[in-house]
Ligand binder design. Structure first.
Ligand code: PEP
Length: 252
């Protein structure tokens, strides 16, 4: 059985002191752990400090992006090796806000995925359709293109170090979540497609998170779907109580 995985994407929010307090509250609320994997993904400047807060606890640390080179003349960028160096276990790649505002293409996302895995990070790869895509019945075609492009030359062994987050763009930060059935249908499609790309066993073991306005009051029904293995949480991850309530909804 796949272990549920709840990750908090803090996006460009918090200052160092409230980030540390938030992480400390999550650590405290989680206690010695549960049968759910939990990670927080703060902004880059706070990673090193929050690494100290979560060190030795059952909360893992993730970053929100990386650049696909180890070092060099790439002003303003952060390499996967740097993320490992400050204590990250995970990195979010291909978030729709990166695709939309920073023009991350599937090829660039794929390069980042390879670089992150090579550095030893686990990847949370985000995919998802826009409202226009859904309205014009292109959801599966868009997910297919994102999977095929982002997972190019990824082996089944590498896929074991990956999580896929299905995040319909129309549900992110809008308060409108996908219905449990919409989420289940998309997740089942993703798993079928990944099976074609990387094999049945790898697809069966793959954790697929749902992301898009997950809140304490809708988490349980989403997480109860057979192919929904966790959640990538934006807004609700900024309040420890809400985030912990979502984690508890994933406890079996
Ligand atoms: C996200 O940023 O990945 C996200 C799902 O945000 P929200 O939960 O706020 O919709």
């Amino acid at each position: 059985m796949r272990k549920k995985f709840i990750a908090g994407n803090w996006k460009m929010n918090t200052r160092s002191i409230d980030g540390e307090l938030l992480a400390a509250d999550v650590v405290k609320g989680l206690g010695s752990g549960s049968n759910v994997t939990v990670a927080v993904c703060p902004p880059f400047p706070f990673l090193a400090r929050i690494a100290q807060v979560v060190k030795g606890t059952s909360v893992a640390l993730g970053a929100q992006n990386c650049y696909p080179k180890d070092d060099g003349a790439f002003t303003g960028e952060v390499s996967p090796a740097m993320l490992v160096d400050v204590g990250c276990a995970y990195v979010i790649i291909g978030h729709s806000e990166r695709r939309q505002f920073f023009h991350d293409t599937n090829d660039f996302v794929n390069a980042k995925v390879h670089a992150a895995l090579k550095a030893g990070l686990q990847v949370i790869l985000c995919i998802g359709e826009t409202l226009d895509d859904r309205k014009s019945n292109r959801t599966e075609a868009v997910l297919d293109a994102q999977l095929t492009g982002s997972l190019a030359k990824i082996t089944s062994v590498e896929l074991a170090k990956m999580v896929i987050a299905y995040e319909p763009v129309w549900a992110i930060g809008t308060g409108v979540n996908a219905t449990p059935q919409q989420a289940q249908d998309a997740h089942a499609f993703v798993r079928r497609r990944v099976a074609q790309l990387c094999g049945d066993a790898a697809a069966h073991a793959l954790v697929i998170q749902y992301g898009g306005s997950v809140k304490p009051d809708n988490a349980a029904t989403l997480l109860n779907q057979p192919d929904v293995d966790g959640a990538l949480v934006g807004g609700a991850s900024l309040k420890a109580d809400d985030f912990l309530a979502i984690v508890r909804a994933g406890v079996r």
